[in-house]
Structure formats: C-alpha cells, structure tokens
Design a protein around this ligand. Structure first.
Ligand SMILES: O=C(O)[C@H](O)COP(=O)(O)O
Length: 206
C-alpha cells in the first residue's frame, strides 16, 4: 500500500506581501494567505485525504497555515510536531530588506545567487545547502519513521526548507532544486512505496 506525504508552503505572509526577506522573522499570514491555506485544506479534503500526524516549523506563518488546513479537514485534534529544523532558511543580513532595494544595491545577479544558488549563503545567513543540513537529518530521524509506520504525514513549512525535502524525495541535484519555485499554499502530494521511494507526486492546482 502506498504511503502518503503531503508538503505545503505557508500561505502568503505579511512580509511576502511587502516583498521583504523574511527568513526566521515571524510575520503572520495576510488575508490572502489565510484564504490560500483554507483553499489548500479544501483541495486535500476534496481528494479524500486525511492525516495521522503533521509537522511544522516554529514560525507563525507555517503553524497558522497548518491550523487552517486542519480546520478545513475537520482534523483540529491531529498530533502536531513543531521543530525549528523546518524553519525557512535564515536570510542573515538581508532579513527585513526589500528584495527590490537589495537588487538595486547589490545587483540582480548577486541577489539571484543569494536567493537561488545551492551553496552560496547570503551575508550572515544560510545557503540552501546549510538549510538542507538541518532539514534532512530531521526528516530522516523524525518524519521518515512515521511514514514507514504507515502514518499519513502532512508537513507545513517554507519555500527553502521544503526545497531541501523535495531535493531528497525526488533525487534532485543542488543545481536542479534551485530552479523549483513553490507557490504559497499549494499542496504537493507524494505517494511512496514500502521502501520510502516516491512512486508519484502531484502539485494540487493553485
Ligand atoms: O524568507 C523569505 O524571504 C521568503 O519566505 C522566501 O524567500 P525566497 O523565495 O527569496 O527564498
């Protein structure tokens, strides 16, 4: 029997709307982000999906997204595990800066490298490689065992912490994963075999 793992990036946050580098800062969802999260829950329910456990970060935008999804699923009593290992990448000195201002100051190419290279960190922050170095051990130690126990798992997290997971799940290289954009509030449904190998995955339409 296939095992179920669903990943979902948080809905739009107040700092996403303001186009600010967010990282470990802790803004909440915008009204649009709340609606995106509810829509995700409805899409999962429409496919008859339900969960045995959920994992999320220690940041409000991901936890609020998860609670809204669970409300739509009628699973508000679900076991939830919160861990900073699933936090967004730390944007270091860029945190709080406007992304367009950063481009004007350092140039388009430099900001693109900081945002979408695999192993070049922003000043004082984490690269995607650094982020994966905390996300993947946590996934292998805490999440994969629940999948192997046939628990249906939901993970509500962030663009870069989820890229780290997707890289492992889909066997992608660092160069490949940085091209993958994750829309806010759009679930990705994975089916895995008994050995934990992905047999199919579907991005539920936004
Ligand atoms: O932390 C942030 O700024 C965003 O949530 C993700 O930003 P990015 O898409 O530039 O990595």
């Amino acid at each position: 029997m296939d095992r179920l793992l669903v990943l979902v990036r948080h809905g739009q946050s107040e700092w996403n709307l303001k186009n600010l580098f967010t990282g470990w800062k802790d803004p909440d969802l915008t009204e649009k982000g709340v609606e995106e999260a509810r829509r995700a829950g409805r899409a999962l329910k429409a496919r008859g999906l339900a969960f045995d456990v959920a994992f999320t970060s220690v940041l409000t935008r991901a936890q609020h997204t998860l609670s809204l999804i669970l409300e739509e699923l009628g699973q508000t009593d679900l076991e939830i595990v919160r861990d900073e290992a699933l936090n967004e990448r730390d944007y270091g000195d860029l945190t709080g800066l406007n992304k367009d201002d950063a481009r004007a100051r350092w140039g388009e190419e430099q900001v693109h490298v900081w945002r979408r290279s695999f192993d070049v960190p922003p000043p004082g922050g984490e690269s995607l490689k650094d982020t994966a170095a905390r996300v993947l051990p946590y996934f292998r130690a805490a999440i994969r065992p629940r999948i192997e126990a046939n628990d249906r798992v939901l993970v509500a997290a962030h663009g870069n912490s989820l890229r780290a997971l997707i890289m492992e799940l889909e066997g992608m290289s660092g160069e490949e994963i940085v091209k993958r954009e994750l829309a806010t509030g759009v679930p990705i449904v994975y089916r895995l075999d008994a050995a934990g190998k992905v047999v199919e995955h579907e991005v539920l339409s936004a």
